[in-house]
Design a protein around this ligand. Structure first.
Ligand code: FA5
Length: 346
């Protein structure tokens, strides 16, 4: 074996090695326990003493020489790999961070939260109820006759349940058309005095326009006790509206109206806060805006829920319409439009 040729061969391979793995392989092949240099050493036993000595010295020198060379190359590769990684992963901690877009509360959630706070302040407990409701709690227990037009297809979303004719009113499901369903649910399971505010989504199968949505939010108020009167109802309504609009000059007026679950029943108008009752497009020049339905709870409703010898008032107001008036929004459909130009203003 010509040691010089072997050295040349190894140096060529060393030159071609580009990473630590190549070098490890080279080390194993030539310097390792089963490597070529060891092989030559073990085959020296047949040589005479002088030749053995000379070859031994040469192999030893080659070994030391290669170890140094490989070591040097290893260090060079490591340094360049570290440099490359540092350049790639360089982190300038003095640079400003990436801006994280912060979300914000939807205007309807904002209105709902403000109303909940006001009613809590006025002594009401905030409770919730199901959006998918049975006909008993949404209509029958609220004194709606079986042929009431609100049950018809134009107003109510019915849940498909095969042959509904075979089902009882408590087994037929719909999407609730108002939050008044929680009146009956709550009165069935709680004893007076009852003082609750019920925010939630309601659904109506009707054509949408600037003031009507298929899905909108209401907040229901219910106060049941001994000797509750219309005066109490007026007091609470006036106070909550003055608080919500942050305006002590807000006035209300009650007009007689019909809801099957109250007697007497009222439509409640509020003085227009946009024009201070001078007349504008929001109030159609009237100075007043209809904002909610209210009344004294009908005794048939109390009977359906197993209550007697009590009186109470109830009201239901559209959260969407309150928010529209507060923020001067001219179309209810903006709320669900997903338009960021609109949403980012709140
Ligand atoms: C009711 O829903 C009754 N449950 C309210 C009530 C409760 C009366 C307790 C008496 C006692 P009404 O259908 O009028 O009533 O709806 C209440 C308010 O919701 C209305 O005054 C109106 O401001 C608003 N509203 C009605 N339909 C829509 C709609 N499609 N989109 C947005 N707001 C609506």
């Amino acid at each position: 074996m010509n040691i010089e040729n072997l050295k040349k061969e190894i140096l060529e391979k060393l030159e071609k090695s580009v990473n630590l793995k190549d070098l490890e392989l080279l080390e194993k092949d030539y310097l390792g326990k089963k490597g070529i240099i060891r092989n030559i050493s073990s085959s020296m036993k047949d040589l005479d003493v002088q030749a053995k000595k000379e070859l031994g010295i040469k192999l030893n020198e080659l070994n030391v020489f290669l170890e140094e060379k490989i070591d040097k190359k290893k260090k060079a590769i490591k340094t360049s790999e570290t440099k490359e990684r540092e350049e790639k992963e360089f982190l300038d901690i003095t640079l400003p961070g990436d801006k994280v877009e912060r979300g914000h509360i939807h205007p309807l959630s904002l209105a709902k939260k403000e109303l909940e706070d006001i009613f809590t302040f006025l002594g009401f407990s905030v409770v919730e109820g199901p959006e998918v409701e049975d006909e008993w709690h949404n209509f029958d227990a609220l004194n709606f006759p079986l042929d009431h037009p609100a049950r018809e297809m134009q107003d109510t979303f019915f849940i498909k349940q095969g042959n509904r004719a075979n089902l009882s009113q408590k087994e037929k499901f719909i999407l609730r058309t108002h939050t008044s369903n929680v009146q009956t649910r709550y009165m069935e399971t709680h004893k007076p005095p009852i003082k609750i505010a019920v925010p939630g989504r309601v659904f109506r199968s009707e054509a949408t326009d600037a003031r009507h949505e298929v899905c909108f939010y209401q907040i229901e108020g219910l106060y049941v006790d001994k000797n509750v009167s219309v005066a109490n109802l007026k007091g609470i309504l006036l106070r909550f509206l003055q608080e919500y609009f942050k305006d002590k000059n807000v006035k209300i007026r009650l007009r007689p109206s019909f809801f099957p679950f109250v007697e007497p029943g009222f439509e409640v108008d509020m003085s227009c806060t946009v024009c201070n009752q001078k007349g504008c497009s929001v109030c159609s020049g009237e100075g007043w805006l209809e904002i909610l339905g209210a009344g004294m709870v009908h005794q048939n409703v109390f009977s359906s829920c197993g209550l007697k010898d009590v009186t109470g008032f109830a009201f239901g107001v559209s959260v969407d319409r309150l928010a529209m008036m507060k923020y001067k929004i001219d179309n209810i459909r903006w709320f669900h439009s997903g338009d960021l130009r609109f949403l980012k203003q709140f």
